[in-house]
Ligand binder design. Structure first.
Ligand SMILES: Nc1ncnc2c1ncn2[C@@H]1O[C@H](COP(=O)(O)OP(=O)(O)O)[C@@H](O)[C@H]1O
Ligand SMILES: [Mg+2]
Length: 376
């Protein structure tokens, strides 16, 4: 029997808000999303009252989990900022408000995870997810224990790119166990939500979903976590940069001018929040004809390299536009894992080696990582 919204509301009626009102009457509930036994919603509360609401959040989650047929429940607590630009995640908002630069704060890391790197692009469709997956596998081939977080909650790609159909199990009813594939430890919102279910995310839900995937997943010991970021340079990116101590960001761009303008914005944004830019990858750099091997520079090859030079950030490499990459990628058989001796795998491994150099170099040079204090 499918779980319904009404069922969720009826159990929530038995959960009391801090003033004693039944939760559904407290005017804090977002829309309730029920999909395939997974239940999602958020409570948007006054920033000053976040502490009082946390037990309510937990009780709501527990009550929903107890409904027969519910496989998992994710209740996010988000805080409405007292003033200013509207809601933001509870962790950030519960802190006394001050006009702080992200660099004055100290962020909690993810226990067991040594370095978190973001793979980002100014816009969608440039091959960010494909690059992220193959980069992660390249890092794996360098002997690192690698995890992947799909933070692109608008268009999660990892279920498809890694052919993952199974749902994550919960550990002790609270933490989610990530999925293992090709030696990578993987988590995606796409594991919890049906691919066909269109999700409308309100700003605060975006960040709480990402925060929960960072903090309520049993990641284990990882040398590197590669985060597939949502495209663009909006609040989600900025907040993500403020949520975890990012070791650095890899920007993916195609060579066209328009994509480069977006990539430039991406570089500028990470610099603004003091996240080192590890470098730029030019994807779909040139076209390699699968039948004759002829190369054509259909997007005007070399744009990203020049742009990286201009911006003073490392250039990490160029990946051709190739049928094999697309076919393998879309079939959940990433080239680095399935054609490790092929030319494309080598390109990605070289990029991974440069990224690793950057990560290590950055640490040795004592490069400033953003320090963000977030008090729970
Ligand atoms: N180098 C490449 N050669 C051929 N196809 C590619 C390449 N990189 C990405 N693609 C294809 O382009 C499409 C978009 O890539 P994707 O990684 O999903 O982009 P994004 O995450 O930026 O939206 C996918 O179908 C993918 O297989
Ligand atoms: Mg993607």
């Amino acid at each position: 029997m499918a779980v319904t919204k009404e069922q969720v509301l009826s159990v929530l009626a038995k959960v009391a808000a801090p003033g004693g009102t039944a939760l559904p009457d407290a005017r804090v509930l977002s829309d309730i999303v029920v999909s395939d036994g997974k239940v999602f919603f958020s409570l948007t509360v006054d920033a000053a009252a976040v502490k009082a609401w946390e037990p309510v959040r937990a009780a709501a989650e527990q009550a929903v989990r107890a409904i027969p047929g519910v496989q998992s429940a994710l209740v996010a607590l988000t805080a409405e900022r007292a003033a200013g630009r509207g809601p933001q995640p509870a962790h950030v908002a519960s802190q006394p408000q001050r006009a702080a630069h992200p660099a004055d704060k100290v962020q909690p890391g993810i226990p067991g995870v040594d370095a978190v790197i973001a793979v980002a692009s100014g816009k969608g469709g440039v091959g960010k997810s494909t690059t992220a997956v193959n980069l992660a596998l390249g890092l794996r081939d360098l002997g690192l224990k690698v995890g992947m977080l799909d933070a692109d909650i608008y268009g999660p790609s990892l279920p498809k790119l890694l052919a993952i159909k199974e749902k994550p199990q919960t550990i002790g009813g609270t933490r989610l166990k990530p999925i293992e594939r090709y030696g990578l430890t993987v988590m995606s919102i796409g594991f919890l939500i049906d691919e066909e279910t269109p999700m409308i995310w309100r700003g605060p839900m975006v960040m709480s979903a990402i925060t929960q995937m960072l903090r309520e997943v049993a990641w284990g010991e990882l040398d590197v976590m590669v985060v597939d970021m949502p495209p663009g340079t909006g609040d989600a990116q900025l907040t993500m940069a403020q949520q975890v101590p990012l070791k650095g960001a890899v920007i993916v761009s195609t060579p066209q001018d328009l994509a480069l303008i977006d990539a430039r914005r991406g570089v500028a944004m990470f610099k603004r929040v003091n996240v080192p830019v590890l470098g730029v990858v030019e994807n779909m750099s040139y076209f390699l004809c699968p039948s004759c091997g002829t190369r054509s520079d259909i997007f005007g090859y070399g744009g990203a390299r020049k742009e990286a030079e201009r911006l003073g950030v490392p250039f990490l490499g160029e990946v051709p536009l190739h049928m094999t990459i697309r076919e393998k990628s879309d079939a959940g058989l990433p080239v680095v894992a399935t054609e490790p001796d092929g030319p494309h795998a080598k390109i990605y491994r070289d990029i991974a080696a440069k990224v690793l150099e950057q990560i290590k170099g950055g640490a040795d040079a004592g490069r400033a990582t953003p320090k963000i204090v977030i008090e729970a």
